[in-house]
Write a protein that binds this ligand. Structure first.
Ligand SMILES: NC(=O)c1ccc[n+]([C@@H]2O[C@H](COP(=O)([O-])OP(=O)(O)OC[C@H]3O[C@@H](n4cnc5c(N)ncnc54)[C@H](O)[C@@H]3O)[C@@H](O)[C@H]2O)c1
Length: 381
């Protein structure tokens, strides 16, 4: 063996190898409620260290780090995403801000060479999502949208069933799900922070579940509706929250997708019915019923049923529920982001798909405001 080959195993080279596997330097933008789930998951990862945090509220980030049991003295704190990005060398950030600042935080991070895990919904408007996609393209950095149900085994099974061909050609999807009473509070209910209500909050999950399963065809037209009969009403909401509530608490839309597929969508934070129904996927060779959940942010609401004609018999197959993923969905969502950055893998939940999700949400808002069906136009990125 030549000296050259043997020298690879000298202590000096081994030292270099250890150094190469350095920890992933992580930053948190926005240290409110959902940042807790991010930090709890990151704490389980030996190869990731949180080095910086930013929040607009003075002192909030540092108090948050202490509350989360982190070594608070080792972390740098900043009054907004800008100072943090300007002053730190980060491998990636979780953007855990309210929806209204998603776009500016994501664009600034990407423009400054930082990989981004952006909490859902992608943005408030389609225009904002397009601007983020442009920044991503220019930066060549990784952007993933934090839709953790993608990591769930049962959600993955829906896609496997569609991909297997058991349903034949899918032609119609009705998305149910949503809450009878479950209007949130905090920053979710004001336009200035959330931008949109139930439609963006849980509607993005519902749309992602089925659009991902069928390969995210492009949306073409939408006839949308949104309303707010519960959130601003002190009969159904506490008076202080009712007084500041100015987003939607119910939304529906009839969407035509490329390939002749219809998506009939409904979502709610509040109605008078127990649930707006199961999700059904109709295909030429079979159909799937997915029991609804209150908020779509986890798994399916129970065993799915596959309907097929078997040798002429109309048959129903109850599918087994699959087990939870190790360490929970948030852990898997953050791990998939870190792994993708480290190993140059594709984005786990790419903006090229979620732009269509956002286009439908945006289309429902616009169509509802106009009171008629509209064409969905997505600018070139
Ligand atoms: N994936 C999930 O299951 C899930 C669950 C809940 C919330 N979310 C999403 O997470 C986001 C945050 O929700 P939340 O309940 O934690 O909100 P929150 O209001 O509790 O926290 C948001 C924080 O971001 C800070 N902030 C806003 N703009 C900032 C900026 N430019 N720089 C630094 N800090 C900034 C605010 O000061 C606030 O402290 C929302 O978009 C929401 O939709 C996701």
């Amino acid at each position: 063996m030549s000296d050259k080959v043997l020298s690879q195993f000298t202590p000096e080279k081994a030292e270099k190898k250890v150094k190469a596997a350095k920890k992933f330097r992580y930053g948190i933008i926005g240290t409110g409620w959902i940042a807790e789930a991010h930090v709890e998951s990151i704490k389980m990862m030996d190869d990731v260290e949180i080095v910086a945090m930013a929040d607009l509220v003075p002192g909030k980030a540092e108090a948050f780090a202490k509350k989360m049991g982190l070594d608070a003295a080792k972390i740098h704190y900043y009054p907004s995403h800008k100072e943090m990005i300007d002053n730190e060398k980060l491998d990636g950030v979780s953007i855990c801000t309210y929806n209204a600042t998603h776009a500016e935080c994501a664009i600034y991070s990407l423009e400054h060479g930082v990989n981004v895990l952006l909490e859902k919904p992608f943005t408030v408007t389609l225009d904002e999502a397009v601007a983020v996609c442009k920044a991503e393209k220019k930066s060549k950095k990784l952007l993933t949208i934090g839709i953790q149900p993608r990591m769930d085994n049962n959600m993955k099974e829906i896609k496997r069933i569609v991909d297997s061909g058991e349903l034949g050609k899918v032609y119609y999807i009705r998305i149910g799900g949503g809450r009878r009473r479950g209007v949130p509070n905090s920053t979710f209910i004001e336009k200035k922070t959330a931008g949109i209500g139930a439609l963006g909050d849980i509607g993005c999950y519902a749309l992602d579940m089925v659009l991902n399963a069928i390969g995210y065809p492009k949306p073409l037209t939408v006839s949308g509706y949104k309303s707010a009969f519960f959130g601003p009403n002190p009969k159904y909401n506490n008076p202080a929250d009712a007084a500041r509530f100015d987003v939607d608490d119910f939304a529906a839309g009839f969407v035509r997708l490329e390939g002749g597929i219809i998506v009939d969508f409904i979502t709610s934070w509040a109605t008078h019915i127990n649930t707006p129904g199961d999700t059904i996927i109709l295909g030429t060779e079979g159909a799937l019923r997915i029991p609804s959940t209150d908020c779509w942010n986890g798994s399916v609401g129970g065993q799915m049923t596959l309907y097929k004609d078997v040798a002429g018999l109309q048959t129903e197959i109850k599918l087994p529920l699959l087990p939870d993923v190790p360490n929970g969905l948030f852990y898997q969502k953050i791990k998939s982001f870190v792994d993708a950055v480290r190993n140059n893998l594709p984005s786990p939940v790419p903006s090229s798909q979620i732009i269509y999700n956002q286009a439908i949400i945006d289309g429902i808002v616009k169509s509802s405001d106009l009171g008629k069906e509209i064409e969905i136009k997505i600018p070139k990125i």
